[in-house]
Ligand binder design. Structure first.
Ligand code: 3HC
Length: 282
């Protein structure tokens, strides 16, 4: 996909705004959609701050202002009609994602690829909700998107080679390293990461150590940049639970059962940094 083309991003949460930003950094015109104007306003502030930091370090090819101007925001999905490529990064909820890809399929021009940033839902199933299953693929970014180098690419059962090539090309244009994972629950990253985070919650539940010491164990003992509980708060405890539930349901092994304490935190609204309270208080 040529850099002057237009890319749509659905969802202005932490992943979506990061994807819009790296898209603009790559030179794409980006239309960022969210049904909440408040979320879009917050996303614009986050993007400006991040671009400012990167510009200060000389990591942008253009000024932060010029890169920022490549991103237009909208609360109207119809405005994505001219897009040449769309990345769906809405909430990790099956029904929301299914409805969105259906609407996009009806809206977008023939031949346009719909990439989904799901962290665990089957790409094959998401694709099946459209009439262009061969043009749907997984494109899994990591948080914080402007800093983390990986994009995990996932082929659904019907994803065409050409579609997958486009997803790889767009990822690489965005400065990311692309790996290919199978369309299996959690793909590669979350299949390994989420059981570790879940285990950290079990350790906390059992009183094995304090939250801070559990995090220190993995940071100082294993060289992780963040401890697993800190990372759960960063990613969103609700997201971690959603992924653990998919792993448990779809792999059918009790070793993936979500920790009851994690579930309690989500029930309490302790979703992590974004809600002001998770394992830690912000
Ligand atoms: N934009 C621009 N710059 C940013 C930034 C952003 N969004 N976020 C951080 N930075 C910069 C900071 O300004 C800082 O720059 P400096 O060194 O020049 O001052 C540098 O990055 C380091 O940031 P901090 O000093 O704030 O803090 P850390 O050193 O702890 O780094 C971190 C922050 C990069 C987030 C690091 O803690 C980290 O790598 N954590 C692990 C993240 C991770 O595992 N992500 C994957 C999660 S899994 C996922 O997303 C999948 C999903 O499906 C669940």
């Amino acid at each position: 996909m040529a850099k002057s083309q237009t890319s749509g991003v659905i969802g202005a949460g932490s992943l979506g705004n990061g994807i819009a930003q790296v898209g603009a950094q790559a030179g794409y015109h980006v239309i960022l959609f969210d049904n909440s104007q408040e979320q879009l306003t917050r996303a614009t502030g986050t993007i400006q701050k991040s671009l400012g930091k990167l510009a200060e370090k000389g990591k942008l090819k253009d000024t932060a202002d010029n890169v920022g101007k490549l991103i237009k925001t909208t609360t109207r999905l119809e405005e994505l009609k001219p897009c040449d490529f769309v990345i769906e990064a809405a909430s990790e909820n099956r029904q929301i994602k299914f409805k969105l890809v259906q609407d996009l399929d009806a809206l977008l021009n023939k031949g346009v690829v719909i990439a989904t940033n799901t962290s665990s839902i089957s790409i094959t199933e998401i694709a099946s909700k459209t009439k262009r299953a061969e043009l749907v693929a997984g494109m899994h970014f990591m948080n914080p998107v402007p800093i983390m180098t990986l994009v995990e690419g996932i082929r659904g059962l019907q994803t065409s080679d050409e579609c997958f090539k486009t997803v790889r090309e767009v990822s690489e244009n965005m400065g990311k390293v692309f790996i290919e994972a199978k369309d299996a629950p959690g793909f590669a990253v979350n299949r390994i990461l989420m059981p570790m985070i879940n285990e950290a919650f079990f350790a906390l539940q059992e009183g094995l150590a304090t939250p801070k010491d559990i995090d220190q164990a993995m940071k100082l003992g294993c060289g992780f940049p963040m401890g697993p509980l800190e990372l759960a708060d960063f990613v969103g405890v609700d997201i971690c639970l959603a992924v653990c539930e998919v792993l448990h349901r779809d792999l059918g092994d009790s070793k993936y059962r979500p920790c009851p304490l994690m579930r309690k935190y989500v029930e309490a609204g302790w979703h992590g940094r974004k809600s002001g309270r998770g394992v830690y208080v912000y």
